[in-house]
Design a binder for this molecule. Structure first.
Ligand code: HAM
Length: 418
């Protein structure tokens, strides 16, 4: 869990601005949900066999309830949709969130215990066009953030009608090769056989390549839906790959599942997922509602920053302008103290020394260390003449300016230099 400040945080701010602007361009409005949720919000939906529910949730046991720190956004979102009846509005609804998530994972490069997800969800549009709209939106957002080296991989994970038969087929196949699976996949085999398909272990990957493909077991509705997603993406000219290994680690997905991965090897350490998502019609049924369709994605901000850093695409922060006020004596202090307030109120960053006895040399040294753009020196002599001495720190250039016009003069200078 990281503290964020200074130059590190400065990398985040323009990206956050771009995320919010692009979300707005595509019609997504923001939703913020509480950090704490009842445990059932996730255990019922993300799934008992998922890594998240099995071992990654920060859990608070109270006498009358069990709460968890939100590990992901979709289940919280649907809880809020139902609570506020958002699905009753006419037509499809578009929402986005940008919030910290918490997973008790083993930390490594690109994997944190508190990380920040931006995610978007479209509810009440079951058509494949909504899936493609969402994927096309993510493609645009990533490119606007400066990412170009990523892959978009999509798959269909079937539905309630066709997935059980595929799971059975896959389980039978995997039972024949149990000895070659990694330890974790041998456990997964019984409870979540499809997770074996996205295991990173080399031997499991070889087995996965030979395993029966879900595409061959899809029901006609799922085949039609998946075909619809692909043709809508082609229509929008969004590059993608069809990849049967995309199964996702959360239980609520039906039909579309997709992942966005960084192409540069090692950019995200051992991780490569910049984002992931899919369709989750049926998730709402876990809250006692039958029919709310949904499709969405989420992406980790920290991973996006790592990928941009590796590609040298992070926006360079611009140097901030700052006026330093240097008082020589008590009278000058009072004048500059008021001026400092006026400048800040007018939107000009100003700093000053509250020690009026420091002396010119020390004050100029301090201004230099604080990286001031201009220093305003006022002492008894200047007050007598009703002027201030303005020093441009980079060039050493000095000018005498009448006190009366000082705020306007500085404002003009700061704007010109910015
Ligand atoms: P997820 O694949 O679990 O999906 O997470 C989405 C993204 O969050 C990942 O691709 C990764 O970029 C980032 N992420 C996940 N765990 C960590 C971590 N420990 N440290 C840093 N980044 C991480 C979901 O959460 C779904 N709710 C996505 C979704 C939205 N599906 C439908 N709508």
């Amino acid at each position: 869990m990281n503290d964020l400040f200074g130059t590190e945080l400065e990398k985040w701010l323009p990206l956050e601005k771009q995320i919010r602007a692009t979300m707005a361009d595509f019609g997504f409005s923001e939703i913020r949900t509480p950090t704490l949720e009842k445990i059932e919000v996730f255990s019922r939906t993300v799934g008992d066999t998922s890594d998240i529910v099995e071992k990654q949730m920060y859990t608070i046991h109270l006498p009358d309830e069990v709460l968890v720190l939100r590990p992901e956004g979709t289940a919280s979102f649907i809880r809020a949709v139902i609570e506020h009846q958002l699905h009753q509005a006419a037509g499809a609804q578009h929402y986005y969130y940008y919030q910290p998530m918490f997973r008790h994972e083993r930390p490594q490069k690109g994997r944190l215990r508190q990380f920040h997800q931006f995610g978007a969800e479209i509810i009440q549009d079951p058509s494949p066009r909504a899936d493609a709209e969402l994927i096309a939106f993510v493609d645009t957002l990533f490119r606007r953030l400066g990412l170009s080296d990523f892959r978009t991989r999509i798959n269909s994970v079937g539905c309630k009608a066709c997935r059980p038969a595929y799971r059975e087929l896959l389980t039978q196949f995997l039972k024949g090769v149990t000895g070659d699976l990694c330890e974790q996949c041998q456990i997964r085999l019984e409870r979540a056989p499809m997770r074996v398909l996205d295991c990173k272990n080399e031997s499991c990957r070889t087995i996965a390549a030979r395993a029966p493909k879900i595409a061959d077991s899809l029901c006609s509705e799922c085949i039609e839906h998946h075909g619809g997603v692909k043709s809508a993406l082609r229509l929008l000219e969004i590059p993608f790959e069809n990849d049967p290994s995309i199964v996702r680690g959360l239980d609520y997905y039906v039909r579309s599942a997709f992942e966005f991965t960084a192409s540069q090897p090692g950019a995200l350490g051992a991780q490569d997922a910049l984002g992931g998502g899919g369709r989750y019609d049926g998730l709402a049924a876990h809250f006692g509602k039958t029919d709310i369709s949904g499709v969405g994605f989420a992406s980790g901000m920290e991973r996006v920053i790592l990928a941009l850093e590796a590609a040298r695409k992070l926006p360079v922060p611009t140097k901030k302008q700052m006026v330093f006020l240097a008082p020589l004596g008590m009278k000058a202090f009072e004048f500059l103290y008021r001026l400092s307030f006026t400048l800040k109120r007018d939107g000009i960053p100003a700093e000053m020394s509250y020690d009026s006895e420091k002396g010119l040399k020390n004050l100029l040294k301090l201004a230099d260390k604080r990286d001031a753009t201009f220093t305003v020196v006022v002492g008894d002599d200047e007050l007598l003449k009703s002027v201030a001495l303005i020093k441009t720190m980079k060039t050493g250039e000095q000018a005498e300016v009448p006190l009366e016009g000082l705020p306007a003069y500085l404002k003009n200078k700061v704007i010109r230099e910015t």
